[in-house]
Design a protein around this ligand. Structure first.
Ligand SMILES: NC(=O)c1ccc[n+]([C@@H]2O[C@H](COP(=O)([O-])OP(=O)(O)OC[C@H]3O[C@@H](n4cnc5c(N)ncnc54)[C@H](O)[C@@H]3O)[C@@H](O)[C@H]2O)c1
Length: 263
């Protein structure tokens, strides 16, 4: 997937973020910085590697501007540069009764993490990426890239799903952030894209049996492939967007959703 450089991944302790960390390791990244508010981040399995790998972990709440700025700068100082950023940290909250009854604190929390957190990481990383020399592609003589940022939206960045006001708004906004930032830096070789997973089997979707049951029912009618995605299938899309194989792609929102949004 052409990811020879250094990656920073948020939400790396679980689900899709963790799958992304493993994928960067397997595809030959030089180093990965794992950011999560959960300290019990499990290290990606390193046995597949023949080349050296630098792993850094940081306990960070992405909704804290200070914590994000500190960790992003520290990772860049340690690695000497930052080539790929994956903004996977996120939460989902359902509002019983829908938008009319959504609690302000739920609304705030979701936007603080999913939207503000993504912005804080993007901003801190982009400032570093814009100052660094472009990375050499390992596949061919493609135009070089100075950095690549992949933000996590969702099928809910494109469509609305019931009882999900704050989450849907946050994921629509992440696509807006991606598009405007991609325009800002396209000419300088800094690419910004979004990935939009459909229902994917992670703790976010499986830890609550009631949510899981409702989702399993919905999947049969709403998802053309009639199944959930595996986190690895989302990580493949992330690696494509992060690395040199997507050298002419910026400002896009890649649907990895088993066909959900094609209906
Ligand atoms: N699972 C799905 O079906 C699905 C679908 C579409 C989009 N997404 C998005 O994919 C991303 C990853 O989701 P997942 O399913 O792997 O969820 P998950 O709950 O398994 O993992 C999320 C990770 O983010 C971390 N996190 C949460 N709040 C944080 C904060 N304030 N600071 C730092 N870390 C924080 C958690 O500790 C956890 O490790 C999220 O942005 C989610 O919205 C997931």
């Amino acid at each position: 997937m052409d990811v020879p450089g250094f990656a920073l991944i948020t939400g790396a302790a679980s689900g899709i973020g963790q799958a992304c960390a493993k994928a960067f390791v397997q595809e030959g990244a030089a180093g990965i910085a794992l950011l999560d508010r959960n300290r019990e981040s499990s290290m990606p399995d390193n046995h597949v590697r023949t080349s050296p790998l630098h792993i850094e972990t940081y306990a960070v709440d992405v909704s804290s501007e200070q914590e994000v700025t500190r960790a992003v700068h520290q990772a860049a100082r340690t690695f000497g540069r930052l080539d790929y950023v994956v903004n996977a940290a996120g939460i989902a909250i359902k509002h019983q009764g829908g938008a009319a009854f959504a609690e302000t604190q739920d609304w705030q929390k979701v936007l603080d993490i999913n939207l503000n957190g993504t912005f804080f990481v993007l901003r801190a990383a982009a400032q570093i990426m814009l100052k660094q020399d472009p990375i050499l592609s390992s596949i061919d003589r493609r135009p070089l890239q100075r950095g690549s940022i992949v933000n996590f939206s969702s099928i809910q960045g494109i469509v609305g799903i019931t009882l999900s006001t704050a989450y849907t708004v946050s994921k629509h906004a992440v696509i807006g952030l991606t598009r405007t930032a991609s325009e800002d830096y396209a000419a300088q070789g800094l690419r910004v894209n979004a990935i939009c997973p459909g229902y994917t089997e992670t703790p976010m979707t499986t830890k609550d049996p009631a949510v899981k049951k409702a989702m399993d029912e919905r999947i049969q009618t709403a998802v053309p492939m009639q199944r959930m995605g595996n986190p690895k299938e989302i990580a493949d899309g992330v690696l494509y967007l992060a690395g040199g194989r997507s050298s002419f792609v910026t400002g896009s929102a890649l649907m990895v959703d088993g066909g959900y949004t094609s209906r």
